[in-house]
Design a binder for this molecule. Structure first.
Ligand code: NAI
Ligand code: DG6
Length: 517
């Protein structure tokens, strides 16, 4: 039997006729205000305020959650594992700069705050984002996963060369008992230079058997650890893009048939995604490839299973999605964005192969499109800044990735502004907190439901979790809906959906109380 989780007491309660706290749920009634704009033939527009009333229902019990990582033995997987053990065991460690203790810096849920409101004197009151709704504590995650490399997690952490030795030393015993499950290896999808670590493989070439194998792994992990829920995240190597072929991966049924026939264009990551969809387990893709071919998205919708992706937005791209938004909204026109990266970890090695680099180049390059399209004073229709992405493999810098960016902008009266940025840090220390956020928010979304007046009963959100966009370079969204890349808009969406679930109005920065007599 699954364990029963706990319902933590909230840091704040909302006092409103629109909000009700029962033992099981937080129920809210929320007016969603929007503006419907109609373009007229003469070029003018009519803007009409709209209001839709939603009810939200959030389960208060926080379940016991297992996180299964595909690519557990990689730099992200081993770094995240060690850091969670450091929290669980309340470890401290020394480096030449002194004694360190564990933190969750870089995690928006764990280390950022939300403005709840103002106090009687008009001063802002902030609460941790993790306290907006009942959320899982990452220190309680039960960790597991798969890797094509058989090294145990202690060996993987040592291979990754990310964490300080004094910390590694203290988690080695526990991590040496953690061994990734064998995984699926179709050599054509990742770089040939990865072959020498592929020694932990599920045998055979029958893709349906592979799906069933992964489904069983998930069920076994859940049972063995007495879990209520499992979330699976792909943090394995970047794959090449799968070719989109009519009759193969274009519809749900064609994709299922392609799996039955072990079609060569079905990638390992898509096998994992299908296994999760069929198992009702949320699946998130942290790499750039097109795991979610159209047929798989249809299947997720059919099963009402949650999916999210693609590609962790950790450093250079996160900066870009903040900076370009700022520049364009300031009326400054970026005309060229030139981005270099060099890194020396296994990710860099895999990306030194052209087809895998191409997947990354695509996800890193789409990030400014919506911001540019939002300002037709600066950009003509279909005009885009030049955007170049270069990635080089330099083994000696290890996980300490260097990202160099130049933003060339048109400014006032024919002038030019060149902004140059140089970013150095361990890549895995930026990515690991994003994995935490992705799992925490995904789990929360399995407990959050909505209903409008026309709906007889509550429903879960759409299968494609676009609320995860903040953590992802090329966010997947509900088919046919706009992609938002701008970082501040992505964060505002998270904050305001959480607020709506507790019946609070969307945060605005009017501060009227401070601006009037
Ligand atoms: P890594 O190369 O250290 O780890 C990947 C692991 O996946 C390896 O241990 C490899 O053996 C394993 N693997 C490959 N194919 C597999 C399969 N089919 N099944 C199971 N395991 C498999 O890479 P790292 O640095 O941990 O990054 C992981 C992924 O996350 C990469 O795709 C990377 O591009 C992406 N990413 C990383 C970011 C970062 O800042 N570290 C940020 C954005 C994305
Ligand atoms: C080279 O850029 C390697 C990549 O895997 C990145 O390090 C990773 O995708 C992070 O990208 P970004 O653009 O968020 O820093």
């Amino acid at each position: 039997a699954a364990s029963s989780g706990s319902a933590p007491s909230p840091l704040f309660k909302v006092n409103s006729p629109n909000v009700q706290y029962t033992d099981e749920h937080i129920l809210s009634k929320y007016s969603y205000f929007n503006t419907l704009v109609t373009k007229q033939a003469d070029g003018t527009m009519i803007a009409e305020p709209t209001e839709t009333v939603y009810e939200f229902k959030t389960e208060r019990t926080v379940p016991r959650v297992g996180m299964m990582m595909v690519g557990w033995g990689g730099n992200n997987g081993s770094t995240l594992t060690a850091s969670i053990l450091a929290h669980k065991n309340k470890l401290t460690w020394r480096t030449k700069s002194g004694v360190h203790k564990p933190n969750y810096f870089g995690s928006v849920t764990q280390s950022s705050t939300v403005r709840l409101g103002v106090d009687a004197e008009g001063a802002d009151v902030y609460v941790p984002m993790s306290q907006m709704l009942p959320m899982v504590n990452p220190t309680d995650f039960v960790l597991g996963g798969w890797d094509i490399s058989s090294k145990n997690l202690a060996e993987s952490m040592d291979r990754a060369k990310v964490l300080a030795y004094d910390l590694q030393r203290q988690v080695t015993d526990e991590m040496s008992k953690m061994t990734p499950l064998p995984s699926i290896y179709y050599p054509d999808f990742i770089a040939a230079n990865q072959e020498d670590r592929a020694d932990n493989l599920i045998p055979g070439n029958d893709k349906r058997a592979h799906v069933n194998h992964i489904r069983k792994d998930i069920r076994d992990f859940k049972a063995a650890n007495n879990l209520d829920k499992v979330i699976v995240i792909w943090t394995a190597n970047t794959e090449r893009f799968a070719e989109l072929i009519d009759g193969v991966n274009d519809t749900a049924d064609n994709f299922l048939a392609a799996v039955e026939n072990s079609h060569e264009e079905v990638a390992p990551s898509s096998i994992f995604a299908l296994a999760c969809i069929e198992e009702g387990t949320p699946f998130i893709n942290g790499s750039p490839q097109n795991t979610f071919v159209p047929g798989l998205i249809q299947l997720a919708e059919r099963h009402k299973a949650f999916i999210g992706g693609d590609d962790f937005k950790s450093g250079q791209t996160k900066m870009k999605s903040a900076l370009v938004d700022f520049l364009v909204n300031a009326g400054i026109k970026p005309v060229a964005i030139t981005s270099y990266n060099h890194l020396g970890n296994n990710d860099g090695k895999n990306l030194s192969s052209h087809r895998q680099f191409r997947s990354k180049e695509i996800s890193k390059s789409t990030v400014v499109d919506d911001m540019v399209a939002a300002n037709d004073l600066l950009y003509a229709k279909n005009e885009h800044p030049d955007h170049t992405v270069v990635i080089k493999y330099v083994p000696s810098v290890g996980d300490s990735k260097r990202a160099l960016d130049e933003y060339e902008c048109d400014i006032f009266m024919g002038g030019r502004q060149s902004i140059s940025m140089y970013n150095i840090c361990e890549d895995s220390l930026l990515a690991s907190p994003l994995i935490i956020d992705l799992v925490i928010m995904t789990e929360l979304m399995t407990r959050l439901q909505y209903k409008t007046i026309d709906m007889p009963k509550f429903s879960s959100f759409h299968s494609v979790l676009s609320i995860l966009s903040y953590m992802l370079k090329a966010p997947m969204v509900t088919p046919g809906t706009p992609v938002v890349n701008a970082l501040s808009r992505q964060r505002t969406a998270i904050e305001n959906i959480f607020r709506a679930a507790v019946g609070l109005s969307a945060n605005n920065e009017m501060g009227l109380e401070h601006k009037i007599w």
